[in-house]
Design a protein around this ligand. Structure first.
Ligand SMILES: Cc1cc2nc3c(=O)[nH]c(=O)nc-3n(C[C@H](O)[C@H](O)[C@H](O)COP(=O)(O)O)c2cc1C
Length: 226
């Protein structure tokens, strides 16, 4: 929904759960190369981020913080922001779903995008989520059931209790507003890029960075939650 409203020419949806994303080794070798020594699926994603004009991360709260897979990927973003902040000036937004702790994730993403990556952060779309106890098989009687905590003891897991953002006009409106904010930020960036491109044409004869390349870079990266 956010991406549709942003009207990107090209969207790439990346599901981290389908990829190999290993933990940062803290070797710091990326400080000089801007890429990671680990041979898994992360470096191609860093290429994608570097090429994109905007990217949207999504996740959910687990044990009081961002879900681990997304956090592992974010820690592997260090190559982008050491010697050079390769993401500076790009546009970012986040989508989170859950029943608690969404404000903390919003704050986390604000620091991630603005503080660490020097980006224009347009905000976090916060969505209601379905507690996992609704589908684990023990939601109606489990001692630690988040479902019973949310709906009260004796509650039954019935289809009407499942939340679907597609049937939530308010969520759709907020998604649209966030997408439009991303689009607005991009159109401002587009003007800047065209200007830089003109200057470099004159001063260095570097004609390559004309509309075609800039257009190619107008893509989004969305990282899915597990
Ligand atoms: C194992 C597991 C634990 C989770 N723990 C929490 C949690 O502690 N708090 C929370 O708000 N969401 C938690 N979530 C996320 C939501 O319950 C839910 O998965 C998310 O909101 C997305 O909803 P959907 O899966 O229905 O799209 C957890 C999800 C899973 C799979």
């Amino acid at each position: 929904m956010v991406l549709d409203a942003a009207g990107a020419e090209r969207n790439d949806l990346v599901r981290l759960a389908a990829l190999e994303v290993r933990v940062c080794l803290a070797c710091k070798k990326c400080a000089s190369t801007n890429r990671c020594v680990i041979k898994d699926d992360v470096n191609p994603l860093l290429d994608k981020i570097e090429e994109a004009d905007a990217f949207v991360m999504s996740g959910y709260p687990s044990f009081g913080s961002l879900n681990a897979l997304m956090k592992v990927f974010i820690e592997r973003n260090w190559p982008l922001r050491h010697n050079h902040i390769l993401t500076r000036g790009k546009t970012g937004a986040a989508v989170v779903a859950g029943s608690s702790g969404l404000d903390d994730l919003d704050l986390f993403f604000m620091h991630y995008y603005e503080g660490y990556l020097g980006m224009d952060f347009k905000g976090t779309l916060k969505l209601r989520g379905n507690v996992p106890c609704m589908t684990c098989g023990y939601g109606e009687d489990g001692v630690g059931s988040g479902f019973l905590r949310e709906y009260g003891s004796g509650a039954k897991v019935t289809p009407d209790k499942f939340y679907d953002p597609d049937n939530d006009p308010d969520a759709k409106g907020r998604a649209r507003a966030l997408g439009e904010a991303v689009a607005k930020s991009l159109s401002a960036a587009w003007a800047d890029v065209r200007q830089i491109s003109l200057v470099s044409e004159r001063e260095s004869g570097y004609l390559g960075r004309s509309g075609a390349e800039v257009q190619r870079r107008r893509e989004f990266l969305v990282s899915g939650r597990g």
